[in-house]
Structures are given as C-alpha cells and as structure tokens.
Ligand binder design. Structure first.
Ligand code: XIL
Length: 388
C-alpha cells in the first residue's frame, strides 16, 4: 500500500515538473499511468491491432490496457478476405463481429483492414471454370460482391477502410507505378484499385477510404506511390488518405523521408495515417511478409501464427540491452515529433499490436509494452514527446 502511494506521488511529481518518469515495473493498464489516447486526443487517434483469437485469448488485463491506452482498433487479421470470405458462398463473421461488439461496448472506434490485397486472400477469387484463370468480368464481380458485403455489413460501425493494401512492388526505381504483379492485377488490370475504391464508397458513403502500404515513405517506392495516388485521383477514385504502415527498426529510421512524404501526400489533398507502427530493436524490420511458401504449397506465411512459427524457425534473438531499449525510446519520440508536426493531416497513429509477446515481430521487442504489460522506456518517451 505504502509503495503504491509512493509510486503515485512520484508520478504526480514527475507530471508536475513536466516530464514523466514512470516507476519501474508499472503495469500499463493501471489507472495511475497516463493514457496515450488521452495525451494525444487533440492531435490524432491512438490505435492498436488485435483480434479475439481462441488459441491465445486476450486477457482481462490486456483489455484494461486497451481501454485505457487506445481509442481506435484495427482488426489484425479478422477482417481480411480469407477470414471473412473463405469461399465464394461462405462468410465467417464471428471473430470480426466480436471485435465490433467490444468496440461498441467500450466506446472505442474501429478501423477496417483490408479489402483488396495480394496476401491472406482465398485462391478461389482467381479461379475460373475448369481450372482456367478467372475471367476479368468474373473477377470484377467478385471484387464488387466482396467489398459491398463486408463494407455494407459494418457501415456506420467503422470509421474507415484500408481499401487496397500493398499494391506497389519492392525494389523499383520510382520511374513507374511498379505495381506488384498480384492476382488482382493479373485478373483485372491496374484499374482494379479505382474500382475497389468506388465499390467501397457505394457501400458506405461516409467512411474514410485509404490506400495502405509499407516503405512508401522513401526511395523508389515513395516515387511510385506518388504516381499511383495521382492516377487514382485522376481516375476519380474516392480516396481519403494514405496509410504509411510504419514497420521500422533501429537500423531503419527514415525520419527525414517520412517528414517529406507526409508533406507531399498533403499536397495531393490526402489525409495520412500511420497505420501499423512498430520499431524492432533486433533482427529484420520492414513490412514485407515472409517470402517462403507455407506447408502444402500454401501462400507465404501470412496466416495468423506465422510470426510465432517464424520466430521458432529463426531461433531466439539476443535480448535487447538497456541501451537498445533507450535507443528505441528515442526513435519513437522522434517519430511522434514528426507526427505532431503534421497533425493537421494525420487522422490516426496505430501501433501494430498490444504488447511485445503478441507482436507479429515477436522476439524483436517492437512495441511500447512488454509481454508482462509493463510500460517500456518507449512508452514513457511517447508520452513525453507530446508538444506543450
Ligand atoms: C500480419 C499480422 O500481424 C499477422 O498476424 C499475420 O500472420 C500476417 O499479417 N502488413 C499488413 C498487415 O498490412 O495485415 C500484416 O499483419 C503485417 C504487414
């Protein structure tokens, strides 16, 4: 009891002098810990991503943390095409609906992810009669039905959608759009993007409609993103904004490029979100999914649980040092400085996960809370990064 009181006094004292210094081991769900969502409420929404999965249920303590720290949630997997629409005539809504209900009960906003993507999308979308590839007309019809059904179902309950995810290929020089040769491009052509945006708008006249991708803030991929976004706007795609995923790492901290990219997107009249933020301390960062094929010829390891399997195959990484945790904290602080500089166009900053032990970059300690739900130095740094 007395130690609790001491903690409280220390926190209040630290707040009073402007900078926060959290006592060690403080549980992030505790009401005595400041709330990120509250701290940034005048700037942008602060989000997290998860699902009510059965094999590793979200604990009560995690739910408290979510309610306290975040005001918007992205379903990590449960609204992806293969989750809600595993076969042409089969829709499975249970996990997604559970999240919708949680958000409704707790007055938390919900952001939809994702409608047209090259991964976590059933092969049936692209299969035609007698083992032939699907015809263009049929693929368009399937895209339309999928989007109308999913967006229509959650109309009024979801603030926006990542309509198209990761359409640009890696490694281009930026002289073209460099579209990924996805099944959607092969079946329909480059105009599948504009169609997807139009279908989403038909199903919900009010929600935000975003293009979402990783590594688009820099290099050739950034230039390609400008070409693509300009084309979408020209073709009349009802696009609200661009999601910069933000899968970064201590060996990959594109501050200057990010600042510039947000400025350029704003010039196109677009809103911006940081949609999947994490900063790995060790190992590979970046947003690309594991490239190898899964068992039985399944597509790359994109199914839920892939991160765990990948971590198991890779073996343990060395635990981060105190200095590395501090470097991560400094990086988060710098990113939040940049986000605030652009708060006029930023809708939302979403962390890709609740805590390190649940992250798709498990073992790389990328988030603000550790597996015991203790606030990491990065959490404190984000709180203190708030401009006065
Ligand atoms: C990841 C999930 O976090 C994992 O659970 C799943 O196994 C694979 O997908 N970019 C995206 C997200 O847009 O949907 C991905 O999420 C991470 C990269």
């Amino acid at each position: 009891m007395s130690s609790l009181r001491t903690r409280g006094t220390r926190t209040m004292l630290a707040l009073a002098i402007g900078a926060l210094s959290l006592p060690g081991n403080l549980m992030a769900q505790s009401p005595s810990v400041p709330s990120l969502a509250e701290r940034y409420k005048d700037d942008f929404l602060i989000g997290t991503a998860f699902d009510f999965i059965q094999n590793n249920p979200i604990t009560e303590k995690e739910q408290e943390l979510i309610r306290r720290q975040f005001n918007v949630i992205t379903p990590e997997n449960s609204m992806k095409p293969d989750s809600v629409h595993p076969a042409e005539d089969r829709w499975t809504w249970q996990t997604a609906d559970r999240l919708v209900e949680f958000c409704h009960q707790n007055n938390i906003k919900l952001y939809g992810h994702t409608l047209a993507w090259h991964a976590q999308t059933g092969r049936w979308f692209f299969e035609g009669e007698n083992g032939q590839p699907v015809t263009r007309e049929k693929a368009i019809e399937r895209l339309r039905t999928h989007i109308h059904t999913v967006v229509g179902r959650y109309k009024g309950k979801i603030i926006g959608w990542d309509v198209v995810n990761e359409a640009i290929a890696d490694g281009g020089d930026g002289s073209t759009e460099n579209l990924r040769q996805s099944q959607w491009v092969k079946a329909i052509g480059p105009d599948y993007l504009t169609m997807a945006f139009k279908f989403a708008r038909e199903a919900d006249p009010d929600c935000q409609l975003y293009y979402n991708d990783y590594n688009i803030e820099k290099g050739g991929k950034f230039k390609s993103s400008l070409l693509l976004l300009k084309r979408l706007i020209k073709e009349g795609a009802p696009i609200t904004g661009v999601g910069i995923q933000g899968h970064w790492g201590l060996n990959h901290l594109p501050y200057v490029e990010l600042d510039n990219a947000i400025t350029e997107y704003k010039k196109l009249g677009l809103r911006v979100s940081i949609s999947e933020l994490d900063v790995v301390i060790t190992g590979q960062g970046g947003g690309q999914l594991d490239p190898g094929p899964g068992p039985n010829g399944a597509p790359p390891a994109t199914r839920p649980g892939a991160a765990t399997r990948r971590a198991r195959m890779r073996g343990p990484l060395p635990p981060p040092t105190k200095e590395q945790f501090q470097q991560q904290a400094d990086a988060y602080a710098k990113f939040f400085q940049i986000f605030q500089k652009h708060k006029d166009v930023i809708d939302r900053v979403t962390l890709w996960g609740i805590q390190d032990a649940r992250s798709w970059r498990q073992g790389q300690a990328p988030l603000l809370f550790d597996g015991e739900l203790r606030a990491k130095p990065a959490f404190e740094a984000v709180l203190n990064a708030k401009h006065k």
